[in-house]
Design a protein around this ligand. Sequence first.
Ligand code: MN
Length: 361
Amino acid sequence: MAGNERLERLRYELQRRDDPDHLLVASAENRRYLSGFTGSAGALLITPEEQYIFVDSRYTEQAAEQAPGFAPVQVKENARDTLREFLSDLDPGRVGFEAGHTTYEEYCNLTDEIEAVQWVATSGVVEKLRQVKDPEELDMIREAAWTADAAFEEILPSVAPGRAEEDIALDFEFCMRRRGAEGLAFPLIIASGVRSSMPHGQASDKEIERGDFITFDYGARRCGYCSDATRTVVVGAADERQSEIYHVVLRAQEAAVAAIEPGKTGAEIDEVARDIIEDAGYGEYFGHGLGHGVGLAVHEGPSLSRRRGTTPLEPGMVVTVEPGIYVPEWGGVRIEDLVVVTEDAGEILTGISKDLVVIDA
Ligand SMILES: [Mn+2]
């Protein structure tokens, strides 16, 4: 893994922000991103010259293997005592902690028990670096997307009236695992019929019925990296309203993907899709943002939304484009692709057709 380059970028970023030049990294994804360490507990301390990994005896061997560039510090009785002793020797002055990943209780414990340093809240430092993926990361995201798509194609023929959403979800997850995913990127969303008006309707015991829209929102995880895609299918021929709404969402989705290019903000891309849906008269039924970044976390920066989409897109960012129309008590449609920003456009990583699939019923 390109650890050293990431650390260099981090140190540069800390300096640029005027944040402390020592940073305690405790969030699992940031830890993994910087060090390669995948354990469930531990912390990194990044200093201007050195990088340390604090782990207890459960992870000593694993940390040495996965994070060879990090000097190991063995956590004994408890992590805070070890950290206090270590920092009092190091005498770093100001130390940054990750405000977004620290509970209030942890913060109180840090400031009460480790008084020798001045703790400074930092926000989104490593997350900002993670927004732009390197080629190695893009390969893993591509693989996650392929795995998930192949599993979707495999289970689709078995979708039929009378089967429960959660039964289909179980098969779907099994297919992903068998094809090499280490797990799901998030609990599968399989929402049929009236439930499809819930943008995040997790699979339930509802049975599929003729006439249903079914929203499948699915993602696999490979080497820690997530994919995210959504397709909506119809059971039996679509009626006029279903067909109309599906095609409004499809037009909005395709126009937004086509609008992606470096330099534009997420808000500008959101607006492309939103204008189409509003002009068709369904604006009030598209409540969420257009998309989000995807990487080690399934929801990360940059945001493609009106209010939060202020970040200009850059080559190497991976984002979802997922407009939807959700009519309460009736149903809904969402179509989502995973897209990587290239030098001059957006390249779709999702490999499934967006023509409306009709399930025989
Ligand atoms: Mn998504």
